[in-house]
Design a protein around this ligand. Structure first.
Ligand SMILES: CC(C)(COP(=O)(O)OP(=O)(O)OC[C@H]1O[C@@H](n2cnc3c(N)ncnc32)[C@H](O)[C@@H]1OP(=O)(O)O)[C@@H](O)C(=O)NCCC(=O)NCCS
Length: 169
């Protein structure tokens, strides 16, 4: 459990991401990912894929403080992105977003969720391990221009009890 858990606060809420959220999302994206940020066009493209995408924002009093997206096919879902504004990290918001994505994956797909995470991102890796993801491979130099490796992780939801996930622990 996070040291500070404000995620149940009445001012913090998750809701679907809409096109008008892209601008504040991009501010967080640039701050966190710099040169390797997604572009505005990538977010537009993701939001236009209604059948296979599920994007959420987390808001506190009308301010966007985090976001996450899932790509769901019948056989498998993928965590496309997840991010929490720097000054709001460590409050349980990432866990809450990831829980929501996994619940959606369970509704839409066979019980497999995949993702890629930077090899040099121990905090995100710790979060995924905490949720039961397992490392299944490495993609060399996947992130450019930094040439950082991606770690491929998979969660098999068979037998996973949602009550064990972060945010409920
Ligand atoms: C990864 C990220 C989304 C996590 O969001 P967050 O709101 O800070 O995370 P939470 O407070 O919900 O914590 C969830 C889990 O993450 C891990 N974690 C969070 N902060 C951590 C820290 N400082 N050190 C180690 N693990 C940490 C823990 O496993 C934690 O579970 P616990 O609280 O039960 O120990 C956030 O750090 C972030 O936006 N990072 C930059 C963008 C990024 O790397 N995105 C992932 C791309 S794959």
């Amino acid at each position: 459990m996070s040291a500070v858990d404000v995620t149940r606060s009445s001012t913090v809420a998750l809701r679907p991401m809409r096109w008008w959220d892209i601008e504040p999302v991009m501010e967080i994206e640039h701050d966190l990912f710099g040169d390797e940020s997604w572009t505005v066009a990538m977010f537009w493209s993701e939001l236009s894929e209604h059948d296979t995408r599920h994007y959420l924002v987390v808001e506190d009093r009308a301010e966007i403080i985090g976001y996450a997206g899932l790509c769901a096919y019948p056989e498998e879902s993928f965590v496309q992105t997840i991010a929490v504004r720097r000054n709001r990290q460590g409050e349980g918001l990432g866990a809450r977003l990831l829980t929501a994505l996994i619940e959606e994956a369970r509704r839409r797909s066979e019980p497999m969720v995949g993702l890629e995470v930077r090899a040099d991102n121990p905090i995100a890796k710790a979060m995924y391990l905490r949720f039961g993801f397992e490392q299944v491979g490495i993609r060399k130099g996947y992130y450019q221009p930094s040439n950082t490796d991606a770690v491929l992780m998979v969660l098999n939801l068979n037998g996973v009890n949602p009550a064990d996930w972060a945010g409920n622990g």
